[in-house]
Design a protein around this ligand. Structure first.
Ligand SMILES: Nc1ncnc2c1ncn2[C@@H]1O[C@H](COP(=O)(O)OP(=O)(O)O)[C@@H](O)[C@H]1O
Ligand SMILES: [Mg+2]
Length: 157
């Protein structure tokens, strides 16, 4: 499934919908270059999980933890140089824990991340336009996507 978002606000709305639907143990992987809107989508997910306050990019600390309806573990591999580093970080407690995991720059850690996940590839189309392509891996994420109710302003492509 692919959608087009025409503003940061729309991207946050899509995120909030995912946050609403999220269950304990869910893993959401985000791919796409700098400034494409990964953190923006993560902010929406946090909002949907009932997390108040501003969710910032954890780029400089690798992981930030928030408490909402479920715990949110917001991971960012931006500063990761080698995939082997993932193994040393001890992230499995988070990735296979009882919270919701969001991983920015997931392409840097693929192979070390859970095989069952929702992958969202984001692409820059125009200054305020982004394409979001959803790749569910596993029945849980097929279910999650089938429940996603997008507002009419977000075009399904
Ligand atoms: N449709 C859109 N979706 C998401 N962000 C958008 C969109 N249009 C413009 N933006 C802007 O792009 C930037 C995305 O930044 P950010 O979410 O931090 O990106 P990333 O985490 O991928 O590096 C923000 O300044 C946001 O306001
Ligand atoms: Mg970011």
């Amino acid at each position: 499934m692919k959608i087009i978002s025409n503003s940061a606000k729309q991207t946050r709305k899509v995120g909030a919908e995912l946050g609403w639907l999220a269950k304990a143990g869910d893993v959401i992987l985000l791919e796409g270059g700098l400034g494409v809107g990964k953190t923006c989508l993560a902010q929406g997910i946090a909002h949907g999980l009932g997390i108040d306050g501003y969710v910032i990019s954890p780029s400089f600390v690798l992981l930030r933890e928030y408490q909402g309806r479920l715990p949110l573990y917001h991971i960012d591999f931006y500063r990761l140089d080698r995939i082997e580093e993932v193994a040393y970080l001890g992230l499995d407690d988070y990735l296979y824990g009882g919270g919701v995991c969001i991983v920015e720059w997931a392409e840097k850690g693929l192979g070390m991340l859970p095989g069952e996940h929702l992958l969202i590839k984001m692409q820059h189309i125009a200054p305020a336009k982004r394409k979001l392509a959803f790749y569910p891996e596993g029945p849980r994420y097929e279910e999650m996507l089938s429940q996603l109710k997008l507002t009419r302003s977000v075009a399904r492509k």
